[in-house]
Design a protein around this ligand. Structure first.
Ligand code: GDP
Ligand code: GDP
Length: 455
């Protein structure tokens, strides 16, 4: 009955909007100082400079949402990678590797005032081998006189160089048009589908929480190397591991096993890898070192997984080291520091003793189940009707906004669209989310709720 007065087309439209799948991913790659960060800022329309003063500074985020000509996509900024951390060639190779693994298309930025260097040529080789669409950005063409420098970059063999001034915006529109042509409408099913291949797990957490120990523990002798990226690394990237009678794909285990302890920039390197692994995974197992206080870095990693819309399990590792006192404080910290994922299943494990390893798989399965839950429209609206009757929205300015109708627009993670007669306050949305979780579960998954106001 709540549906009355709704135009089916309007609902369709709203569904299309909220029900978009994962966005296609664009990676911006190139040597240091060619202008990658400047270009990323330009693409995402951000004014403030994030161009780094200090090399290797940790950034909270490496991926941003952008929109051009009505199409949305994600831009991944690899500009924080500094040559003095890994060495110039290794750093650009690492970027390229990252781009190859995760992006749907690549913008390769060259400084046209410098021309193509040996390092640029090396990157071109990597990109070619990956077979992803590449748009060549001839940057720092600030005026007409730079056009000839740009044209010289035809020699890279990547097709038309797009003359751009990231600094002033010149030519960026044309280049973005080319980017849109290169980007698929939806990200390729490059990681297999839920029905097809094994479920994909990313094991994430800050350095030293025990990722590599846990991986070794669960993998035992059973692991199979499934993928090797020729030329970029000789380490396995993803591994198939049998757990509880089921084969799972662990994403980017190379990043876990590769025990490089870089000094400056290590955090950035780790966070880029984490973002890449999360992007490819369906479920993120976030490892926390229970012997230490939950840190801002732990929270950043969790936020990454939440924002990517992944199913989440929290594993408190090193449980063998806990005494009564620490356990007491940990409980308090969980309440205050992990409130944003109070819905995530928790397991208390020890990678050293093997404690509660058998609880990991059920927790992962629970989270994936929540992630894929679909509530039939009839049930959802019966439930929304009850909410509206028992807990109406507070009256504002003499009016009382009401939820009229709702529908689940998608899963993985669950996305809802609520149609309302007026603006629903943040607190009320939170309340609706809480009640949705109480009613339908959604354990281990973020849920998105968008509200369409019917004027
Ligand atoms: P990244 O290391 O590749 O991310 O490069 P940055 O974005 O940090 O830019 C390096 C330097 O080049 C900065 O001083 C920028 O202001 C400058 N730069 C970036 N794009 C342009 C451009 O289009 N024209 C000019 N003249 N300078 C630019
Ligand atoms: P990563 O950097 O997250 O891969 O962490 P590692 O697996 O390298 O572990 C870091 C350190 O913590 C190593 O010294 C491990 O032996 C230790 N460690 C890992 N898991 C546990 C655990 O469950 N209990 C204890 N006591 N130590 C652990």
């Amino acid at each position: 009955a709540a549906q009355e007065g709704f135009d089916p087309e309007e609902i369709e439209g709203a569904l299309g909007e909220a029900g978009h799948g994962p966005l296609p991913v664009l990676a911006v790659v190139g040597r240091p100082n060619v202008g990658k960060s400047t270009l990323v800022n330009r693409i995402i329309g951000r004014r403030e400079a994030v161009v780094q003063d200090k090399p290797g500074v940790t950034r909270d985020r490496v991926s941003y949402e952008a929109e051009w000509a009505g199409r949305r996509f994600k831009v991944v900024d690899t500009g924080g990678w500094e040559q003095d951390v890994l060495g110039l060639d290794a750093s650009v190779a690492a970027q390229a590797e990252y781009a190859i693994e995760t992006a749907d298309a690549v913008v390769f930025v060259v400084d046209s005032t410098v021309g193509a260097t040996d390092t640029d040529e090396a990157v071109v080789k990597l990109l070619r081998r990956a077979g992803k669409p590449v748009v060549l950005c001839a940057n720092k063409v600030d005026g007409q006189s730079g056009e000839a420098d740009a044209a010289a970059l035809w020699s890279l063999g990547l097709g038309e160089p797009h003359p751009v001034s990231s600094l002033h915006g010149r030519g960026t529109g044309d280049m973005l048009d080319a980017v849109l042509e290169a980007l698929p409408d939806a990200p390729a099913q490059k990681f297999g589908t839920a029905l097809g291949g094994p479920r994909r797990i990313a094991l994430i957490g800050r350095p030293n929480v025990g990722k590599s120990s846990l991986l070794n523990k669960v993998a035992g002798e059973d692991r199979v190397v499934v993928n090797e990226l020729a030329g970029t690394t000789r380490d396995p990237v993803d591994e198939l591991i049998n757990l509880g009678g089921v084969t799972w794909k662990f994403i980017d285990t190379a990043g876990i096993r590769r025990r490089v302890h870089l000094q400056e920039g290590a955090d950035y390197y780790a966070s880029l890898r984490t973002a890449a692994a999360v992007e490819k995974a369906e479920v993120a197992v976030v490892l926390i070192d229970s012997s230490e206080s939950i840190s801002v870095q732990d929270q950043r990693i969790i936020t990454m997984a939440v924002e990517a819309g992944r199913a989440i399990v929290v594993a408190f590792n090193k449980w063998d080291t806990l005494d009564e006192e620490r356990r007491y404080y940990l409980e308090r910290e969980i309440e205050t520091e992990l409130a944003q994922i109070a819905w995530a299943p928790r397991v208390n494990v020890s990678a050293v003793t093997g404690r509660h390893m058998e609880k990991l798989v059920p927790a992962i399965e629970t989270a994936l189940e929540g992630w894929e839950t679909r509530v039939p429209t009839g049930r959802l609206n019966a439930f929304l009707g009850e909410i509206v009757a028992s807990n109406p929205h507070p009256i504002r300015g003499g009016k009382q906004p009401r939820i009229l109708f709702g529908t689940q627009a998608g899963t993985k993670p669950p996305r809802f669209v609520l149609f309302a007669s007026g603006f629903l306050e943040h607190g009320y949305r939170r309340f609706v989310e809480r009640r949705l979780r109480e009613e339908f579960g959604f354990e281990g998954t973020p849920i998105h709720i968008s509200v369409r106001v019917r004027e």
